[in-house]
Design a protein around this ligand. Structure first.
Ligand code: 13P
Length: 647
């Protein structure tokens, strides 16, 4: 990396402005953690040893628009003096006549610390006049504030227009070359850990990293904006509403690129930043009146597992420390460290509590309505002897298989094989090009016709797209929306899926909303988080009546086309969760009538076991629907199962 460094500057006899990050956590009027101070010592020593007069500047915390004695750099000056073993006088301000006079008086080999830069709002506004005043204090500029270097603030950006040469300090140099090494020729797998309060500070970084890393671990306050983007209610936790969309697009980008994204699955919550104690709850259980202030024990375990993949042990350890204290940046001045210490809990107690949370979580799922099915082809959601019945639905998704020459015999074979069946709804979804032909073949039978995708608009300049009314014209009743193959290959986002659902419903089509987690998401325990995020975002803005017309298909990505289906229990657990969420988003009645299908390596020999689960209302069949006999056999088994269970 060819950057001018402090080592290349002619320092002797010069006044050098060093911008450092001395934003250390304070406690009881002293520096509670001097890591950031120690980090800048080599740069200061080098400048002083080479005969420079050092004017040192930093911000501390987030003063509100003016001087705040609680955020004075006085304790920092004192500790720095101890570390350098020489006095570090503190100027009364960072600009103004008195400060300028004091800066002019600093001799070679001496140092002056300016008062908190953020006592002037102009600093954060990157104000040019303010930067000019800072520039007047020295002959050259050194930036050693790596942690603040991404900010366009006056002492970081604007000052360089007035004070040259500008060079990188030793810490900056070291961090840049480590980053360069990691990003240019990394050892893989490469895992990045991000924390801090704000997404807005790191948007570009996140976007850049998604293209480089194998996994992204997101902790700190910013995680809550991501969790909101996934549709979680996060109580009073720190969220940047205007960045939810940014977070959503980063999540989508990560999903598309196959980057593993680790977000907290539990959090330590409390009433506020000053609470003296907190408790760990699952990420979906953050009470409305509390805020998440740290990651919980299950998250620590999961982040550890992700980080264990990274090869550099030191990085792993450092990253974990930072990740665990992720709320640190929330206090602005790193005051979270004390809070963190107060919260340092007995891991065993935490774990027990965590397990109890898990159990509660599961119990909640178990309490969701288990709805037995009946015979006599009860329509979905119909009450039968006080119980809600849902007609099983079996859909064949042919994907991009079936030229007309192949589609015709396949559709005829299914039609002929299903002359006598009842108690199951059956739909075939051939490719667009075969819809008309298959429609003719099944006309007059109980077999329905469905499409694999549609555009959200009724017509328009959308080359290559198919509009909902076109599908209706061909006899389609159903349309698959948000299949994971489309999400992955075509970059379909939840937002797009939502638009398509609205478009399909507007023309009387039944949207089959596909949701499901990747193998990695399941491994990390993010199954429910992922499915919930997809569901919430896809159903956004739909009223109860609209949700009542949907079908949901849970298709774990890892089970699609792999021959490895989810166990009936695994599937039922997610189906129950989906129903619980729909109950929350629409109504209990809608949830009870909702058909939730399972998809992913469904075959004639596993369909019985899957449909035996009360929560699984049918199947979305891929590969096995391309064989007429196999598909017929799946439908017949579903019909027999429904009949048996209804007795
Ligand atoms: P398979 O049945 O081939 O696994 O495909 C499932 C699927 O994606 C249906 O939509």
């Amino acid at each position: 990396m060819s950057k001018l460094t402090i080592e290349q500057l002619p320092l002797a006899g010069k006044r050098v402005f060093v911008r450092a990050d001395l934003n250390a956590p304070l406690g009881g009027g002293t520096v509670a953690d001097d890591t950031r101070l120690r980090a800048v010592i080599p740069t200061l020593r080098l400048a002083l040893d080479r005969g420079a007069a050092v004017v040192l500047a930093s911000h501390l915390g987030r003063p509100k628009g003016g001087p705040d004695p609680k955020l004075s750099l006085e304790p920092v000056a004192e500790r720095l003096g101890e570390l350098l073993a020489r006095p570090v006088p503190l100027a009364p301000d960072c600009v103004g006549e008195a400060t300028r006079a004091q800066a002019q008086a600093v001799k070679a080999g001496e140092l002056l610390l300016l008062e908190n830069l953020r006592f002037h709002p102009e600093e954060e506004k990157n104000d040019d006049g303010f930067a000019r005043q800072l520039a007047e204090l020295a002959d050259c500029y050194v930036n050693d504030a790596f942690a603040a270097a991404h900010r366009a603030h006056a002492s970081i950006e604007a000052i360089t227009h007035h004070l040259q040469p500008a060079a990188a300090g030793l810490l900056m140099q070291q961090e840049l070359s480590a980053l360069g090494r990691i990003l240019e020729a990394p050892e893989r797998p490469l895992v990045a850990v991000l924390g801090g309060a704000k997404v807005s500070d790191k948007v570009t970084l996140v976007e850049h990293l998604v293209g480089k890393v194998d996994a992204l671990v997101i902790g700190g306050g910013m995680a809550f904006t991501f969790l909101r983007a996934l549709g979680h209610a996060v109580g009073r936790s720190l969220v940047e509403p205007d960045r939810i969309e940014t977070a959503r697009s980063a999540l989508e980008q990560a999903r598309r690129r196959g980057v593993q994204l680790a977000l907290p699955v539990d959090a330590v919550v409390a009433d506020g930043l000053d609470s003296s104690s907190g408790r760990a709850v699952g990420i979906r259980q953050i009470p409305d009146d509390q805020m998440g202030l740290d990651i919980g024990p299950r998250t620590i375990e999961q982040f550890t597992a992700v980080l264990a993949k990274a090869t550099d042990g030191r990085l792993r350890e450092a990253a974990l420390r930072r990740g665990h204290g992720g709320h640190r940046a929330r206090g602005g001045g790193g005051g979270g460290l004390q809070r963190h210490r107060r919260w340092r809990y007995d891991r065993r107690r935490q774990r027990r509590r965590g397990q109890r949370q898990d159990r509660l979580h599961l119990d909640r799922r178990r309490r969701l309505p288990r709805i037995p099915r009946g015979t006599n082809a009860p329509r979905r959601g119909r009450s039968h002897g006080g119980r809600v019945m849902r007609t099983p639905l079996v859909i064949g998704n042919w994907k991009m298989f079936g030229t007309l020459a192949e589609a015709r015999p396949l559709a005829s074979g299914v039609r002929d094989g299903l002359k006598r069946f009842k108690g199951v709804d059956v739909v075939m979804c051939p490719p667009f090009t075969a819809l008309a032909a298959v429609g003719e073949i099944v006309q007059g039978t109980a077999i329905g016709l469905g499409a694999q995708n549609c555009h959200w608009e009724a017509s328009g300049a959308h080359t290559g797209e198919i509009a909902p009314p076109m599908l209706v014209e061909l006899g389609c009743r159903v349309v698959l929306i948000g299949h994971s193959e489309r999400r992955r290959e075509m970059g379909e986002t939840d937002e797009l899926v939502n638009k398509k659902i609205v478009g399909a419903l507007a023309h009387g089509l039944v949207p089959v909303l596909c949701v499901g987690e990747t193998a990695e998401e399941r491994r990390q325990g993010l199954t429910f988080t992922t499915v919930e995020g997809q569901l919430r975002a896809s159903l956004a803005g739909l009223d109860t009546a609209a949700v009542a017309r949907l079908v949901v298909a849970y298709e774990p990505v890892w089970a699609i086309g792999t021959g490895v289906n989810a166990t009936p229990q695994q599937a039922a657990e997610v189906h129950g969760y989906v129903r619980g969420l729909v109950s929350e988003l629409a109504s209990k009645e809608v949830a009870q009538g909702l058909r939730v299908l399972y998809g992913g390596s469904v075959k004639a020999d596993n369909v019985d076991a899957l449909l035996a689960e009360g929560e699984i209302d049918g199947a979305l069949v891929g590969g096995a629907s391309l064989n007429a006999q196999g598909f017929v056999s799946i439908v017949k088994k579903a019909a027999r199962g429904a009949a048996t269970r209804g007795e």
